[in-house]
Design a protein around this ligand. Sequence first.
Ligand code: UDX
Ligand code: ADP
Length: 478
Amino acid sequence: MVKICGIGAGYVGGPTMAVIALKCPSIEVAVVDISHSRISAWNSNKLPIYEPGLEQVVNQCRGKNLLFSTNVEKHVHEADIIFVSVNTPTKIRGLGAGKAADLTYWESAARMIADVSRCNKVVVEKSTVPVRTAEAIEKILCHNTNSKGIKYQILSNPEFLSEGTAIQDLLNPDRVLIGGNQCPEGLEAIQKLKAIYAHWVPEDRIITTNLWSAELSKLADNAFLAQRISSINAMSALCEATGAEVSQVSHALSKNTKIGPKFLNASVGFGGSCFQKDILNLVYICESNGLTEVANYWKQVIKVNDYQKSRFVKRVVTSMFNTVSGKKIAILGFAFKKDTSDTRKTPAIDVCKGLLGDNACLTIYDPCVTEEQIQKDLSMDGVEWDQQPMSSTMVKQVSVVGDAYEATKEAHGICILTEWDEFKNIDYQRVYDNMHKPAFVFDGRNILNVDKLREIGFIVYSIGRPLEQWLKNMPQQA
Ligand code: UDX
Ligand code: ADP
């Protein structure tokens, strides 16, 4: 029986390994993590991450050919193939701070693999890493004193799943990318991994490349997607200034087969663990290679994203008579997109901090994000989702509540920051009746029916749509 070990039981490692176990009953899959709390959650009825369909997959395989464990060394030792899905956050200090990927977790995983391995292994990079990481990993593995006679093949097999649709994306991927050394041993390792995916993925969707192409493709993929969002968000600002409507512009663009319909929804900004990190990574690689103009081009994608978030905050403040001090603002949605509990780099963090900076009182409701997480996100910078205990200093002007009606009760304004479906079906007349007047709605995801809300009496701002007279008469934004 082939044995696989997945190191890192996070948003990428957990679902990916679970789907491999589901689709390959003849393969034994062990998912390991240094975090005891995370592993015990994977072994409980309340999984550590929310992802539609994940629970069913885990329930089908756990205890059969899928196990979760903190005994990292044992399972790495026994495995033929090791998938590494550890976190690679942006470095916060030292050389390349703010841009380069922090490979501390990767390096310690590689050192541990070298320490415990007694036979040849295929090591698969799943987490996004800077181009040529495989080279560094190979050096760590091969120069370990325990590694005498042991051969490692490093493969890059970047994950393209989106959170919220991870299981569907894994079950039915539009492509699987496998990069490896182009020597006979490398090609053999590529075939070994290809054989696993071939259990359920049609062969023509499995692309094989050299190592560096696979690593760079992942960064390029995310940079291209993020760039589309920043492009349409930049257009949204121009729409507001001119009276064009961004959804009509998107629709027109989407019919151009050279452009297509996806990733053209204007929003309060993109979030998630990948886009910003990967672009920063790309910028760093460009700068390291002396490609200043190319680096600046990609930096601009992030700048426009930051601009979109601050533009939203300014719009809220200027619309509400230039101050939100002491006013209650209901925040509907905190996750970086719908159908996930993940808040990493969610635009809600910057928007909430911006409003708090103007002394607003926030009442936050998200169907999936816990109060503890929201407090953690708003009280400190750059913290991974389960790495730190709860901050002792709660943000006083923030309360987290259990539903949208409670959040909006006696509020002066509402900000929609995540496109959860349930926000479309709220009884907005009831909401309006319980709010201070004039009652404002700022739709950061363009999911609401603006005309209906205006009929009820709300003053509505919706990204990239013509401004109503009220908002036009407010002082111009910088
Ligand atoms: C992304 C990539 O899509 C995936 O291929 C990669 O492997 C990991 O990163 P993910 O971070 O899960 O996936 O989310 P995604 O669906 O790409 O959305 C990212 C952000 O962009 C979200 O905040 C989302 O709300 C925003 N977005 C997306 C828009 O603002 N407009 C759009 O049209 C699409
Ligand atoms: P991603 O979104 O890329 O999956 P996460 O932060 O959700 O990122 O998951 C990464 C996981 O990797 C975390 O649960 C972390 O505890 C785990 N991890 C990091 N370093 C190691 C290591 N050396 N051995 C085992 N697990 C590790």
